[in-house]
Design a protein around this ligand. Structure first.
Ligand code: SAM
Ligand code: SF4
Ligand code: SF4
Length: 358
């Protein structure tokens, strides 16, 4: 198998020059005719977990060169980028990290993003992905600030496996409490993301299904990906979505297929026939969705990445700090989007890395 492996991502890779735009009239399309509709905003590079597949403890030590405060975009700067993106047709902002709830006063950013309008003059959809342990304290404030949806990551129902996966001292109950507080705060159809890693937590899958089927929750299984700084990814540790679907059915669950939520929806969705819960599969390895990928990523230090796997970003922070107005930011984002030709996961599959059957 000729699989391109992502090297250890340098902590601060060089930035690419922002391409000159050919004008901002009309909707920007990238090199494969894809539209730009989602912006993922990383608000911190820090986390209170050390999931081995994301921020392995050996790499993310106390000496790791985390971003100094002076390099981190302010909420005002993030909102300026988001406003330019909204003017280009972006309807959805996802706050992520690191652990986004560690960013002080994140509610203020949510309020600022909530005041933006899409090209259809609607409030943008604002979502947040979290490991959940700070949700118990923050769910109500987040909701009041204008957060529309929340996704909580949880990889096991047993404390032993949860601690192994997250390499933290928190308990499963800390995360479950967060999920229940989010539901009580009025978040509808909370999503729960589970990364499945063979030999680590695939035995937790049916227990997760049993727990969440009775709740208005969409439980989504994510194929373990070759992303992040040196997570030592190995195809042998990927459990394909088809394998999991079979396993969930064999455990006695009757599932009905659901339509995609939107064109850029990454999950294949199912509904329990006899319970409110939903199941979803995000099959980045076995069935990549690059064809409909409509996202840009804004890093904590103000770089724009055109793909989850891109090792170099475009430096927007310098532009922001030079006082660029909305038009100039829109031109920069348009130029970046028009040059975008990423399809990393699809190429991995074409190279034979996504089709192996377990
Ligand atoms: N800290 C927050 C959390 O864990 O939800 C937000 C950031 S985290 C990077 C966002 C999502 O990426 C989580 O659901 C996490 O499980 C997923 N993720 C991180 N590394 C991954 C990998 N190597 N393969 C698949 N999913 C991964
Ligand atoms: Fe932290 Fe989320 Fe990465 Fe886990 S997946 S280490 S919780 S950022
Ligand atoms: Fe999008 Fe890159 Fe993921 Fe493909 S690999 S779906 S282009 S982020």
């Amino acid at each position: 198998m000729n699989l391109k492996m992502i090297p250890v991502v340098p902590a601060r890779p060089a930035a690419k020059a922002i391409p000159q735009t050919r004008g901002i009239e009309g909707e920007a399309l990238d090199q494969f005719g894809r539209r730009f509709t989602d912006l993922r905003i990383s608000v911190t590079d820090r986390c209170n977990f050390r999931c081995g597949y994301c921020m392995p403890r050996e790499v993310f030590t106390a000496d790791y060169p985390y971003l100094p405060r002076s390099s981190i975009l302010s909420f005002e700067e993030i909102t300026r980028v988001a406003a330019a993106a909204a003017a280009m047709g972006v309807r959805k902002f996802r706050l992520t990290g690191g652990e986004p709830l560690l960013r002080k006063d994140i509610e203020s950013l949510i309020r600022m993003l909530s005041s933006l309008r899409t090209i259809e003059n609607q409030k943008p959809d604002i979502t947040l992905t979290t490991n959940g342990v700070l949700l118990t304290r923050k769910a109500r404030e987040l909701r009041a600030a204008g957060l529309d949806r929340v996704t909580v990551s949880l990889d096991a129902m047993s404390d032993a496996n949860f601690r192994r996966m997250s390499d933290s001292d928190f308990s499963v109950q800390d995360v479950l409490d967060g999920i229940h507080h989010a539901l009580d705060a009025g978040f509808r159809r909370v999503k729960v993301n589970m990364v499945v890693r063979k030999g680590w937590n695939e035995d937790e899958v049916t227990g997760m299904v049993s727990y969440f089927r009775q709740l208005p929750v969409a439980l989504r299984f994510i194929e373990y990906m070759d992303v992040g700084a040196s997570n030592g990814w190995n195809m042998q540790e990927v459990v394909s979505s088809n394998t999991l679907l079979e396993k969930i059915r064999q455990a006695g669950n009757t599932l009905l297929a659901l339509p995609a939520e939107s064109d850029s929806d990454t999950a294949i969705r199912w509904q329990h026939q006899d319970a409110p819960g939903e199941i979803g599969f995000i099959s980045s390895i076995s069935q990549p969705f690059c064809n409909s990928c409509s996202r840009l990523r804004l890093s904590t230090d103000g770089k724009i990445y055109t793909c989850l796997f891109a090792s170099e970003g475009y430096d927007l922070r310098t532009l922001l700090q030079s006082g660029a107005d909305k038009q100039a930011l829109q031109e920069a984002l348009t130029g970046i989007w028009q040059q975008r030709d990423d399809r990393y996961s699809a190429m991995r599959t074409e190279a034979g890395g996504g089709t192996r059957r377990e």
